[in-house]
Ligand binder design. Structure first.
Ligand code: DX5
Ligand code: ZN
Length: 222
C-alpha cells in the first residue's frame, strides 16, 4: 500500500475497482491492498465520454476512510473540470482527465493540478504528438491500451510504441501509466516500453486468489 506513488521509482500495481464486487466494495478494496496492490484506481464513467456508467464522488467519499492508500482517479467523463473538484474533495489524490474531453488541455491540467496530482490520458487512437504541448504541465501520462468503457477487454500492443515515445519525453519526477487488458503475459512488454504504473481490473478482481494474481503480475516485472 502506497500513499505517495511519486516518491517511488519501482513499477507499481494499481488495482482498478471497476471489476470489484460493488455489493462488497469495502472488503474488496481491503483485500486487494492486503494482497499486495500498491494503490486503487477509480474509473469514473459518465455514459457520455465512454459508453458505461460507474460511480462518482459519493462513493469515493464512502471508501476514503478505508485506507490511506493513494486513490488514482481516471476521469472518463465529458466534463472533468466540472466534476474534478468534487472528486478531490471526496478523497481522490490524483485526477487524470482525457485529452479528448477538453478544449484546452493545458488550462485543464493547470486547473485540476491545483487540486492534487494531475494526469492526462489518451485513447488508443490519439497520437502522441497531440499531447506533447501538455506534457510539462502534468505529473502523469495514462496511455489507454483498450478503448475506454469496460474492464475485461483485450490489450492493444500497438500502444507500446506510444509509451516508448512518451517515456523519452518525461522528466524523472513524472510517471507513465498503462490501462487496459494488462495480464501476466503482457505486463513485461509494457514495462520494457517504459511504463511505471500498471492498472489492472479483471486480472486481479476476477481471480479467486488475489494474492497469487498480484504476485504473478509482479513476478513478471522482477
Ligand atoms: C477501461 C478502464 C480500465 C479497466 C481496466 O475503461 O479505464 O481501468 O477497468 O480493466 P482490465 O484490467 O480488466 O482491462
Ligand atoms: Zn482506468
Amino acid at each position: 500500500m502506497i500513499r505517495d506513488p511519486f516518491t517511488i521509482t519501482t513499477p507499481l500495481i494499481v488495482a482498478s475497482i471497476l471489476s470489484a464486487d460493488f455489493s462488497n466494495l469495502g472488503d474488496e478494496i481491503r483485500e486487494v491492498l492486503d494482497a499486495g496492490a500498491d494503490m486503487i484506481h477509480l474509473d469514473i464513467l459518465d455514459g457520455h465520454f465512454a459508453p458505461n456508467l460507474s460511480f462518482g464522488p459519493p462513493v469515493i467519499q464512502k471508501i476514503r476512510p478505508i485506507t490511506p492508500a493513494y486513490f488514482d482517479a481516471h476521469l472518463m467523463i465529458a466534463e472533468p473540470l466540472r466534476y474534478g473538484p468534487a472528486m478531490a474533495r471526496a478523497g481522490a489524490n490524483g485526477l487524470t482527465f482525457h485529452f479528448e474531453a477538453v478544449a484546452d488541455p493545458i488550462a485543464a491540467a493547470r486547473t485540476l493540478g491545483k487540486l492534487g496530482r494531475v494526469g492526462i490520458a489518451l485513447n488508443p487512437a490519439t497520437p502522441v504528438d497531440r499531447i506533447e504541448p501538455v506534457l510539462d504541465e502534468v505529473d502523469l501520462v495514462l496511455v489507454m491500451s483498450v478503448v475506454p468503457g469496460f474492464s475485461g477487454q483485450k490489450f492493444m500492443p500497438e500502444v507500446l510504441d506510444k509509451c516508448r515515445r512518451i517515456k523519452r519525453r518525461l522528466r524523472a519526477d513524472q510517471r507513465i501509466e498503462i490501462d487496459g487488458g494488462i495480464k501476466p503475459d503482457n505486463i513485461r512488454q509494457a514495462r520494457d516500453a517504459g511504463v511505471d504504473w500498471f492498472v489492472v481490473a479483471s486480472a486481479i478482481f476476477d481471480s479467486p486468489d488475489r494474492f497469487t494474481a498480484i504476485a504473478e503480475l509482479r513476478g513478471q516485472l522482477a
